[in-house]
Design a protein around this ligand. Sequence first.
Ligand code: AMP
Length: 226
Amino acid sequence: MAIPVRRDGSARIVLLGRQGSGKGTQAAKLSMTYAIPHVSTGEAFREAIKAGTELGQRVQAYLDSGELVPDDVVLAVVRERLFGPGAPEGFILDGVPRTIGQAEALAALAEPRGIDVVVDLDVPTEEVLRRMSARRVCGNCGANFNLVDNPPRAAGVCDVCGGPLVQRDDDTEEAIRRRLELYEDATAPLIAWYRERGLLVTVDATGPPEEVNRRLVAALDGAAPR
Ligand code: AMP
């Protein structure tokens, strides 16, 4: 891994971690620290559904049931946003790749430079279940909050844009169970896949977001995690 990760807008970071591990929250913070765009495929799909686009219609049933969107659809979004004309040099990926097939395709797309580092945000399953039931997102800008660990300043109102905070449609008990099951089957194998390629850094993601952020930045900057 290229340590320390550069802060000049060229860093390429992938965040892995179970649903509820804080990927969205931490990616938004890292995006500012490292001056790189935060790209979330889940957020891209939710926006497309809200806007009623063809992509939105295609992916809605997958999101509602917690199933994975097929790789070709995911990769078309990644290709367009990250490797199309005018695409940024650096980025932080949140929620992609989620399968070995997506990781292989991403590696090919990212040639010749490749990805700098893959961070696994490590949180036990019991903890993510607790976090997901308290999770709220802004219905307007998509910012993430948690009623227990990361509450908004005013109840029900987004700190970023003043939009209404809502529970995600796929944060139902059934969809959460299915998504965690899929994480273990399809996504967890990526941890070993990236470790074998010398790209993996594991960060303890338990505790309040600010504390996790300090550990993350310390790991990315090459200092000993605190
Ligand atoms: P997230 O916001 O990352 O939890 O993603 C929400 C939902 O979007 C997931 O439950 C999947 O249905 C879909 N999704 C997002 N990213 C991917 C991906 N890389 N591969 C397959 N499905 C995805």
